[in-house]
Design a protein around this ligand. Structure first.
Ligand SMILES: [Zn+2]
Length: 208
């Protein structure tokens, strides 16, 4: 199939998108402590236990609540939020999908960038109005791997997995470049760095 030959080209285009500088862990820890002080500790513990009981590799409470995406001016970074109780279960299938990708060697080690988005957070990060993060039903993650060739190979494996299993799993797959990805199980679809289908590395490329 000629389109397969074009995949590496798209992946190279995708990796050209720059990631925002990561916050250092001390900055995150300090911001998290400040935020925690004003929270309902019992509810937070319940949420963490709920997730811990349902996935083998659960996110920490920090990862469950933090949003590490770049933000618009005037918004704090990082931001934190807890989903309403009714939305706690929504995260589980998306986490299980990412764990499956890891277990099957499609991706190597990863860390979470953002899970739940409050409406305010979603506005601050320029998220889509229909973002699945608003329902706590999506996972954004970065792979730890930094070598460009290894990341490109990972993106290709993700595309193959998405092509084979995406319809059955209702796998929504965003590939943003620089080893940054989105996963949900809310519908079979794919998109690239500009959130559009045409820039997904998994779809036939229009030469632009
Ligand atoms: Zn996302």
């Amino acid at each position: 199939m000629p389109t397969i030959l074009l995949w590496p080209i798209t992946i190279i285009l995708s990796t050209a998108v720059q990631a925002a500088p990561q916050l250092d862990s001390a900055t995150e820890t300090t911001a998290f402590a400040g935020w925690l002080a004003g929270q309902d500790a019992v509810a937070l513990t319940r949420y963490q236990r709920f997730i811990d009981a349902r996935v083998p590799r659960p996110p920490s409470l920090l990862d469950l609540t933090i949003n590490r995406h770049p933000v618009k001016p005037g918004c704090p970074r990082p931001m934190f939020a807890v989903p309403p109780r009714a939305q706690w279960p929504r995260l589980v299938p998306a986490l299980r999908l990412v764990e499956r990708l890891w277990r099957e060697g499609v991706i190597s080690d990863y860390h979470f960038t953002s899970l739940y988005h409050s409406a305010a957070e979603n506005g601050c990060v320029g998220g889509a109005s229909g973002s699945k993060h608003l329902q706590n039903a999506a996972v954004d993650f970065d792979v730890v791997e930094t070598a460009v060739a290894a990341r490109a190979a990972m993106a290709l494996r993700l595309c193959r997995f998405w092509t084979r299993n995406g319809s059955a799993l209702r796998f929504g797959f965003g590939a943003y470049g620089d080893g940054r990805f989105h996963a949900d199980v809310e519908g079979y679809r794919a998109w690239g760095p500009d959130f559009k289908r045409a820039t997904s590395p998994c779809l036939p490329v229009r030469l632009r």
